[in-house]
Design a protein around this ligand. Structure first.
Ligand code: SAM
Ligand code: CA
Length: 221
């Protein structure tokens, strides 16, 4: 027994999945297809996405945001957790990767819940703010280019309703955030974001050592 987070070996990870994961077949097929892609490590872990889907249900979310879609795996978990009238605005810049995503959203029967915006996410978020949609989103997942994390954080916080929740991915960045020898732009951006969130008195936050680090940020009600 330990009061520290366990380090995860393969056997324990397999066990965790075997007693907790309920991954629908369509999501498993999307994960299998994506595994052949050179960038497959960008895809979020199934148990992390299942957890976010639970949060979406807990919030009774109807309006969601996603910054960073890739092949649509996390998008699809969230979309399936929404009620039929629920919507997720999904931001990405890649036509190629999101064409795979669209196929699976359609196969899962939730294509009408996903509003894909192919443009730099900061522009899409600013457009939502400019059209009076600040304070109207229940849940957001940030998982795109790390150098913009601080900017995504500020824009998304404006878009969340009071009591709305943001999940920020990769906040432990393979452990590099705690290694002073790692000074590349992505690592520095994530460190800066972590400090920014921790110091922000507008929110309640928690950093979870799930997958590559998942920070939850509640916009104070
Ligand atoms: N959430 C996805 C999942 O779990 O499967 C993974 C997203 S992947 C880590 C990051 C995505 O961000 C890529 O698909 C990339 O095209 C997108 N991206 C990179 N820069 C972007 C930008 N400026 N605006 C919008 N999307 C961007
Ligand atoms: Ca990620």
């Amino acid at each position: 027994m330990t009061n520290k987070t366990l380090s995860m070996n393969d056997a324990l990870y397999d066990y965790l999945q075997s007693v907790s994961l309920h991954e629908p077949g369509v999501l498993r097929r999307l994960r299998t297809e994506t595994a052949a892609d050179a960038m497959a490590r960008m895809q979020s872990a199934p148990e992390q996405c299942q957890f976010m889907a639970l949060l979406v249900q807990l919030l009774g979310a109807r309006r969601c945001l996603e910054v960073g879609v890739y092949t649509g795996y996390s998008t699809l978990w969230v979309a399936q957790a929404l009620p039929p009238e629920g919507r997720i605005i999904a931001c990405d810049i890649s036509e190629e990767w999101t064409s795979i995503a669209r196929r699976y959203w359609a196969e899962a029967g939730v294509a009408e819940r996903v509003d894909l915006r192919l443009a730099p996410a900061l522009e899409t978020l600013q457009g939502l703010i400019d059209t009076g949609q600040a304070g109207s989103f229940d849940f957001a997942f940030i998982d795109a280019d790390k150098e913009n994390y601080g900017n995504y954080y500020e824009s998304v916080l404006q878009l969340l309703r009071p009591g709305g929740l943001m999940a920020i991915d990769n906040t432990l960045w393979s452990g590099d955030v705690a290694d002073p020898d790692k000074q590349d732009a992505d690592t520095r951006a994530i460190r800066a974001l972590n400090r920014q969130v921790h110091a922000d008195r507008r929110v309640t936050m928690s950093m979870l050592p799930v997958a590559d680090g998942l920070t939850l940020v509640l916009n104070q009600p």
